[in-house]
Design a protein around this ligand. Structure first.
Ligand code: EPZ
Length: 433
């Protein structure tokens, strides 16, 4: 089994090129089958979630051509099934966006019920509320979600909960509905706006994405487009946090600084210097004494829940008492025990991490419980004294392209070793003894 092996304590210094946003790409790929014409999507991150979703749309018959590792050409004309089999939803939750896309295009869809995951129950009642408001009938039987509609009619939807997934699924279903759909209390994440922009480039008429009210005027048909995925705000934020935790100097390139504002504001709060360029952001933390702060995760433009573990790791090294309140998911602190084994002083009380800063973390063997916590534990290993072994890195590879290579290029002593490779393991043990 492959694991990360890290010798910590080295400040990270340099420039990291940021990939396309995983959570935007996961919405754009299903949108491509809303038309019969070819759709080219570029700047796709080469990560397992994206590759799995491309396999999923190929499984229902779409023609998928990988022009290169970051570009795909998709033709929805050959879609020949409205039912996605279980293996995909069990591996990639976001394949439930095919519900909205197949419903929007063919007025029928069948996708396996997505289960919960380590960070929470992840219900989809708001998705179903949106589909039913558009006129679809939804049957939940045998672990399947079966949706069908004689026609989809524009409607007025008020989401009870701000939901990225539900907003995206309704945008996909409503783009070609008959009439006007108003969505109130939508998610405003950059990846929601990216989907609206791509659909508009295909001939849709969507206004207000990124605001409190989205207005969709249904159109008869959508056409081909060539579209570039926005930069990944979470990948960028993760590398900025790595720069802060290691007291280094890291610049993330190919980003939209505005998307990072809640993250850079917190880094300035704790004493880091932030420099913004047109398409890059730099964190300077050389010799910085990190100060405590208080964070609450919120829907965009608030502090992203996908940055919560990474922020918590930095705060374990900040002077004084910090708090991190997780207001989006009910169980997103599974990494806290692993951090405590590295010497962090962290306690969880009613979905809030109470953190007392320590001078140094100590290297340890740790297990990634999920994607973002895995990235956070890797940052902890980079900042810690001594050696850290991170297992469960398959979670990290779901959302970070060449994570360890990018870290190595800015000075990290990190490598990916298969634990069956005795020679490599011996070499690592010697370097760590
Ligand atoms: C998306 O998940 C992201 N995934 C998550 O990123 C991210 O953490 C989350 O949005 C919040 O920003 C993708 O984009 C593929 P939600 P999603 O619907 O859409 C509740 C990562 O690490 N809710 O916005 O599933 C839900 O329980 C992943 O990249 C309902 O109650 O999140 C949660 O408490 C992890 N009913 C809150 O809303 C619903 O019908 C926000 O969930 C839907 C959601």
């Amino acid at each position: 089994m492959e694991q990360y092996f890290i010798r910590g304590g080295k400040p990270l210094r340099g420039v990291v090129d940021i990939c396309g946003a995983k959570n935007a790409a996961l919405a754009l790929i299903p949108a491509a089958i809303l038309t019969d014409e070819p759709v080219i999507i570029s700047n796709l991150p080469d990560v397992s979630d994206i590759n799995l979703l491309l396999d999923a749309i190929a499984q229902i018959g779409a023609t998928v051509e990988r022009i290169d590792r970051h570009t795909a050409r998709i033709i929805g004309a050959t879609v020949n099934s409205y039912s996605l089999n279980y293996e995909y939803i069990s591996k990639i939750r976001a394949s439930y966006y095919l519900l909205g896309a197949l419903l929007g295009r063919f007025h029928k869809a069948e996708v396996a019920m997505p289960g919960g995951c380590v960070i929470g129950a992840r219900p989809i009642d708001q998705h179903i509320k949106g589909f039913e408001a558009l006129g679809a009938s939804i049957d939940l039987e045998d672990g399947q979600i079966k949706a069908q509609a004689d026609e989809l009619k524009g409607t007025h939807i008020y989401f009870d909960v701000v939901s990225v997934g539900a907003t995206i699924n309704v945008l996909l279903a409503a783009a070609m509905a008959d009439g006007i759909t108003i969505i109130e209390n939508p998610a405003k994440e950059p990846h929601v706006v990216d989907l609206a922009n791509m659909l508009n480039s295909m001939g849709a008429r969507i206004r207000g994405a990124g605001t409190d009210v989205i207005r969709i005027s249904g159109v008869q048909k959508l056409h081909s487009t060539e579209y570039t995925v926005i930069p990944d705000q979470i990948e960028a934020g993760t590398f900025l946090m790595a720069g802060a935790a290691t007291r280094g100097d890291v610049t993330v390139n190919n980003v939209i600084p505005k998307h990072l504002e809640s993250i850079t504001a917190k880094l300035e709060d704790i004493g880091c210097e932030i420099v913004e360029y047109d398409e890059a952001v730099r964190v300077i933390a050389d010799g910085c004494i990190l100060k405590n702060t208080h964070v609450k995760t919120l829907p965009y433009p608030g502090f992203p829940t996908d940055m919560q573990p990474q922020m918590a790791v930095v705060l374990t090294l900040a002077e004084g008492m910090s708090t991190v309140k997780e207001s989006i998911f009910e169980n997103r602190f599974k990494y806290a025990g692993e951090l405590a084994r590295m010497g962090a002083k962290i306690k969880i009380e009613s979905n809030t991490a109470m953190i007392t800063g320590v001078r140094k973390l100590k290297g340890a063997q740790v297990e990634s419980p999920d994607l973002r916590a895995g990235a956070a534990l890797t940052i902890a290993g980079l900042a810690a004294e001594g050696c850290t072994q991170v297992s469960g890195i398959q979670f990290i590879q779901r959302g970070y392209e060449n994570f360890e290579d990018k870290l190595r290029r800015i000075g990290a002593d990190i490598c990916k070793i298969d634990t069956d490779d005795e020679a490599a393991m011996d070499d690592y043990r010697q370097r760590c003894s």
